[in-house]
Every structure is written in C-alpha cells, then in structure tokens.
Ligand binder design. Structure first.
Ligand code: FES
Ligand SMILES: [Fe+2]
Length: 322
C-alpha cells in the first residue's frame, strides 16, 4: 500500500505535505462507504467488516464509476456500482464477475491510513515519500476521568495558511477571542510548532479565571491543544483542504470531569460549546480577509514570519527530520 495521498504535478505546490484528519472514527461504521473530496481530488473511504478503514482513489479503472456513490462493501472489499468489479484494501481488483481473468492493470491507488484517538489519518505528499513524523496518540482518551470525544466540523472558504498563521497571531486574542494574554510564545521544533499562552478569561458564570493553553501542531494540519480553563480540556483542531481555497475545519474535545463523575449534560454541553465556538471565532475573519504576502507589521505582533517559514517547509518535497 502506498504511504501517501500522492501529489501530482498540479497539486504539489498547492498543498502542504503531512498527516491530515480525513474523518472521525465514529463517523465510519463497518460496511459504510463514503465519497470524499480532498486536495482537489476524489476518493472513496470505506470500512470493511473486519473494522479496517481503507482509502482509495475514487474512480474505477474499468469505465470510471465513482466507487463512493453506490459502491458497497463485501467482506473487506468494495464492489463497484457500475459492473461489480471488486477491489481490496490494497486497491487491486480481486474479481470481475463476468470475465475469465482479471486484467493485470485493474487497480486503483490505495492510500495508507492510520487510525487512533478517534481519528482516521492519511498522509498527503509526494508519491513514494514516507511520512517523516507521526501524530501521537491522545493518552487522555484512555483515562476514565475524561469524557468521550465529541466533535464538530464546518466547511469554510479560506486557505490553510490562514488557519496555521493563527498560532503566531498574538494581537488577535483580545479582539477576536476576548482573552487577555499575559505570556505568549511559539516554539518551532522540526515538524511541530507549539504555542504556549497564559491569559485571563472568564468562566461561564462570568468570573475571571486564568486560561493556560499549550497548542501543538503535529505537522501542517493537526493541532492538539491542552487547555486549562473552567475544566482541563484536550482539543483537536484539524483542517483539510477540499480545493485550494476551501477547507474542512474539524474540532474535537474531551474534558476532564474526574473519575466516576458524570457532569450534568447541560454543563458538559455548555463547556464543549464554549470551546468549539472559541475555535470557530476566527472563521468570519478568515472567510473575508485577503492574503498579505508582505504585511505591515508592528512590534508585538507575534512570530508570524517564523510560522510562515515553518509552514512553507511542508511544501518542499524534501523530507524533514523528527
Ligand atoms: S466502471 Fe467499475 S466495474 Fe465498470
Ligand atoms: Fe484564533
């Protein structure tokens, strides 16, 4: 199986190489088939009866039907809706129901997946290049003191670089997020970039409380935020391009209620909603702003240039360490 959602010449410069969240684990049941469109291309995602998720290029090598529209799972294979050719998780055709032999070139490209921490992850990059880093598991998900993963997603019209740049944008916290930041730094380490911030916000009762956040991008598209606010929380902030200026923004959250503690549903939902809304607060800015290649900066703006360079490093085909 190939390790990457392969670049081709046309997409190479457009999209950053690395791991992307292609779906939530709970959103793909055994036997389910989904058409996906990411990176300006069509894919089909399905889950076999053995529980394994498989991601293939969408279009059948026979006469080009989209396997994600009407394709069905049999065992761990997918059957094309048009003439019922079957394809396995490696993308090879395993059966042509009306023919005596399978044509040797009957295959679709299969893309390697990893699945952990409630996420189905695929690596996007040049063909043949192995991932140069891993997305770590969220250990808190194995701790009974934490609530089950809840998630949301929205499609927005913007470029991924706008989402990335947010981690270095010190001066937007107060106007956009209503949080006063006392301490702020961004540390870049190979494929990871971490924003540390200590600030002052409010709990849902309106009392002032500290807000401590450590938010790490593992590569160009998946960020885990450890947040100390009214509760301890772990947030998943992930984006994936659909087309060049259109992306899907995904938000996941677990919250530390305490072992054996069941929070009243309305309390849990109010805190989940506050965290989710906080993440989505930038959307209106992103959808309507323009991109400045050479912004006019003021002192105190945060290390936006450094984060731009770090993000640009995922657009070369060279591998990074880490
Ligand atoms: S197009 Fe898929 S089997 Fe014919
Ligand atoms: Fe923001």
């Amino acid at each position: 199986m190939e390790a990457s959602l392969a670049h081709n010449g046309a997409t190479q410069a457009k999209f950053a190489r690395g791991w992307y969240l292609v779906d939530w684990s709970t959103e793909l049941r055994p036997g389910e088939v989904k058409p996906l469109r990411y990176f300006g291309k069509d894919y089909v995602l399905y889950r076999g009866d053995n529980g394994q998720a498989t991601l293939l290029d969408a279009h059948c090598p026979h006469l080009g039907a989209h396997l994600g529209y009407g394709g069905r799972v049999e065992g761990n294979e997918i059957v094309c809706p048009f003439h019922a050719w079957r394809f396995g998780p490696m993308g090879r055709c395993t059966k042509v129901p009306y023919a005596s032999r399978i044509p040797p070139r009957a295959a679709v490209r299969a893309h390697g997946l990893q699945e952990h921490s409630g996420m189905i992850l695929a690596h996007f990059g040049p063909e043949g290049i192995e991932p140069s880093y891993e997305v770590p598991a969220i250990e808190e998900m194995n701790d009974p003191a934490w609530t089950p993963l809840q998630h949301a997603q929205i499609g927005i019209a913007t470029h991924p670089r706008e989402v990335i740049e947010n981690i270095a944008d010190y001066a937007h916290f107060l106007p956009v997020h209503k949080t006063l930041i006392d301490d702020f730094k961004v540390i870049i380490d190979g494929p990871r970039a971490t924003q540390h911030s200590i600030g002052r916000g409010h709990n849902l009762e309106g009392d002032p409380i500290p807000v401590v956040s450590v938010a790490t991008y593992h590569g160009p598209a998946i960020q885990f935020t450890r947040l100390q606010w009214a509760y301890d929380m772990v947030l998943i902030n992930a984006h994936i391009p659909i087309e060049e200026n259109e992306l899907l923004l995904r938000f996941g959250v677990i919250l530390k209620a305490g072992e054996g503690v069941t929070l009243p549903p309305e309390v849990l939902e109010a805190h989940v909603a506050a965290a989710r809304n906080g993440y989505f607060e930038d959307v209106a800015i992103w959808e309507n702003k323009c991109w400045r290649d050479q912004p006019v900066f003021a002192d105190g703006d945060g290390p936006i240039g450094e984060v731009r360079s770090w993000y640009a490093s995922f657009h070369s085909d060279a591998t990074t360490s880490g």
